[in-house]
Design a protein around this ligand. Structure first.
Ligand SMILES: [Mg+2]
Length: 195
């Protein structure tokens, strides 16, 4: 299960994370999306800096979170590399859902910015381009787990992309949005999107 952070009151989200961990128990895998990589119209606060992201990372580690997604602006390669080096094996750093160009991914790989690469077949370089990138990413020992939002067609595209390139070994998790009423937890969402 992945929780979304990044709105004004961080303490509320940390409290929600603690409650979710307490309720689900220690065995349940949790991720946190900090949504600092790109801006939406309602994001009026300054994005986090490395100090803030590092502070939140320690909280996530305390709650045994598997990965921290988009902890910093998507172009802050030095920041992501520093955070990734600092958190090491204690926490995976994920990102790249709105990164579009191959050279950007190559630069992030070169600098070791991320453990988990998340370009979306709908938003980035398409299925053929991303299937090549997926293999490249996993060759570096990283995970390739595409972002999905939008609609069920995008979900199926990303499912095909990962199944046909790196499989469950390179993509151990696939994003399945839960955001009713657009994304209820039923396969009917996919069917209605395809109609
Ligand atoms: Mg995300």
């Amino acid at each position: 299960m992945k929780l979304r952070f990044g709105r004004p009151r961080l303490d509320d989200y940390l409290a929600a994370l603690a409650a979710v961990r307490r309720t689900l128990g220690g065995e349940y895998t949790l991720m946190v999306d900090c949504n600092q990589g790109w801006r939406m119209p309602w994001d009026v606060q300054a994005p986090w800096d490395l100090a803030k992201a590092s502070e939140v990372a320690e909280e996530l580690i305390r709650h045994d979170v598997l990965w921290m997604e988009e902890p910093l602006y998507r172009g802050d390669y030095p920041g992501m590399a520093a955070l990734n080096a600092h958190t090491g094996d204690r926490l995976k750093i994920a990102g790249g859902e709105m990164t579009r160009e191959p050279y950007e991914f190559h630069e992030m790989l070169r600098r070791d910015c991320l453990d988990v690469y998340q370009p979306d077949a709908v938003c980035s370089i398409g299925m053929l381009g991303l299937s090549r990138l997926a293999r490249e990413v996993t060759t570096h020992g990283k995970w390739f787990t595409p972002h999905t939002w939008g609609n069920g067609i995008g979900l199926i595209a990303n499912l095909h992309l990962t199944a046909g390139s790196v499989g469950p070994e390179g993509c151990p998790y696939l994003e399945f949005p839960f955001d009713p009423p657009e994304w209820p937890p039923r396969p009917a969402t996919i069917r209605s999107s395809l109609r």
